[in-house]
Design a protein around this ligand. Structure first.
Ligand code: NAD
Length: 507
């Protein structure tokens, strides 16, 4: 069992291994104190960025962008290739920081770093595939084409629960697109950010890319606000709560900047009578209790057919009761800590609302004393009536609400009744139901799965959600287009003036 001193020593070793310069460590009055949810203890202080430092970081990134944008994209790809190699070599060390700062169990922390490696592989290939189109021109001797150009400095604001992967989705793609990146990580995970930044700086130096392409600015929302307001930041990619997105989106729009918003989820699985129940239960337990319910894609609602609900609840309760809660560094642990006391308060408030609204806590929800300090809870399985209002809100903790349905239309209506629209799943052997779930009038989410629950997306697809989730898409597929500007070109090689739409303007 690790103490705060052990974790501090481990964090120091990790930062040194990753090449974080000692001068960023700072115990002064304006420092941001990194802490660990494993013990609740303070680890070490890091220098936070004041307004001048943020302005300098943006200016340096912009300067680097001016050179980077004319570097051929396949050459830019060599930077993410090298970064991916460094991530492979330092996977364990970076995963240590993820576990120390946000409490992910070992395999999820390693998985998060693997996601970074995967997006580097993807971005390397993408660096040769930033395709534009050529269209037939209506004018003889003319050519019409679209090309994609680098956009500028991308401001990345990230949430605590994916302290390394979300930045890498943005950064690997932005770099091959010819952009520079200024990152404002969560105030709860500054060490992860410094570690990532140091590795990328090393890749930049080794490949001869312009210094300054990657900047990390440490601090709270006031630092994020400086990115949001900067005219030198054409795109702000912000990941976090819907509350944050409602502040950031309009503010960026006011200066006619672009924002890419990845916000809260309230994800559900529909469980039908024809489903393979064992497959479903195993998938649901991971989606609901994995990462201690602290994923944007965590499953929060289970919409189950009334004919199987008692059996399903009994099986889930038995699985929830057996979940090992404890030290995430221990190999057998499946549920680590909540990030802080505030998360536990939110969970208890939600469970109180469940009781007040006629629901029943079937099992879990209680604090677990691991002897380490920190905040630990047993994931809660809850039955609620259809009209319980608490189900409509995202509580960032492991609570699974069980609702029942009679016919499939009712299941779909319940599914789509929340304001968030991130991720969905259906478990069924009925192809008709599966297809309806994926149809235009089916699940209204950005991600919809069949016989796969809500969490654990791959990087190859575009990631993001609709409604209060913000509408952004990042990671794979054609999400790269958000990081570039499109230029439509008409080239006249005819030697004559021909106006579009047959307009005659002879002089
Ligand atoms: P949060 O909204 O509290 O903070 C996220 C980030 O935004 C932090 O870096 C914070 O400093 C910054 N921030 C907050 N207010 C700001 C403002 N007004 N201007 C600029 N920056 C501001 O979220 P959190 O508690 O760190 O993370 C949990 C939330 O994030 C959940 O709602 C979860 O669903 C969501 N999330 C969404 C995704 C996704 O891809 N959709 C991924 C991860 C987390």
């Amino acid at each position: 069992m690790k103490t705060t001193d052990d974790l501090t020593a481990l964090a120091h070793d990790a930062l040194a291994t990753l090449g974080v310069p000692a001068e960023v460590l700072d115990d002064g009055p304006s420092a941001l104190m990194a802490r660990s949810p494993l013990t609740g203890g303070t680890l070490l202080g890091v220098r936070s960025a004041d307004a001048d430092a943020v302005e300098r970081a943006i200016a340096d990134a912009h300067e680097a962008f001016l050179a980077w944008r004319v570097t051929p994209a396949p050459v830019r790809g060599q930077l993410v290739k090298r970064f991916g190699e460094l991530l492979r070599a330092h996977k364990e060390t970076l995963a240590d920081l993820v576990t120390i700062e946000v409490g992910k169990i070992r395999s999820e922390a390693l998985g998060e770093v693997q996601e970074m490696i995967d997006i580097c592989d993807f971005a390397l290939g993408l660096s040769r595939q930033l395709y534009g189109r050529t269209m037939p021109s209506e004018r003889a001797g003319h050519r019409l084409q679209e090309v994609w150009h680098p956009l500028g400095v991308v401001g990345v604001i990230s949430a605590f629960n994916f302290p390394v992967a979300v930045w890498s989705w943005n950064t690997a793609v932005a770099l091959v697109c010819g952009d520079a990146v200024v990152w404002k990580p969560s105030e709860l995970a500054p060490l992860c950010a410094l570690g990532c930044g140091a590795l990328l700086d090393r890749a930049i130096a080794e490949t001869g890319a312009p210094a300054g392409l990657s900047q990390v600015v440490i601090g709270g929302r006031e630092v994020g606000e400086l990115l949001v307001d900067s005219p030198l930041v054409p795109l702000v990619s912000a990941t976090g709560s819907t509350r944050m997105g409602r502040e950031v989106g309009p503010r960026v729009a006011r200066r006619l900047g672009r924002s890419l918003l990845e916000l809260g989820g309230n994800n559900a699985v529909v469980l039908t009578p024809s489903a393979d129940l064992q497959l479903a239960i195993n998938s649901i337990v991971f989606a609901a209790a994995g990462t201690a319910g602290q994923r944007c894609t965590s499953q929060r609602r289970l919409i189950v057919h009334e004919s199987i609900v008692d059996d399903v609840v009994a099986r889930l309760a038995s699985a929830f009761d057996r979940l090992p809660v404890g030290d995430p560094f221990e190999p057998g642990t499946l549920v680590g800590p909540l990030v802080n006391e505030r998360a536990s308060d939110a969970m208890q408030a939600a469970l109180a609302a469940v009781r007040a609204q006629g629901g029943e806590v079937v099992t879990g929800g209680e604090r677990v004393d691991t002897g380490m300090g920190g905040v630990w809870v047993r994931p809660a399985l809850v039955r609620v009536p259809e009209q319980a209002g608490i189900v409509l809100q995202e509580t960032f903790a492991p609570i699974l609400y069980v609702l029942t349905y009679r016919d499939f239309d009712e299941a779909l209506a319940l599914h789509n009744s929340v304001s968030q629209g991130l991720s969905a799943g259906i478990f069924t052997s009925d192809q008709g139901e599966a297809e309806r779930f994926l149809a235009p009038d089916g699940a209204d989410t950005g991600i919809a799965n069949v016989n796969v629950a809500t969490s654990g997306a791959e990087i190859g697809g575009a990631f993001g959600g609709e409604k209060d989730t913000g509408g952004g898409r990042e990671s794979g597929s054609d999400a790269w287009k958000a990081y570039m500007r499109r230029s439509t070109n008409t080239i006249n090689y005819s030697g004559t003036v021909q106006l579009a739409q047959g307009v005659d303007f002879s002089v």
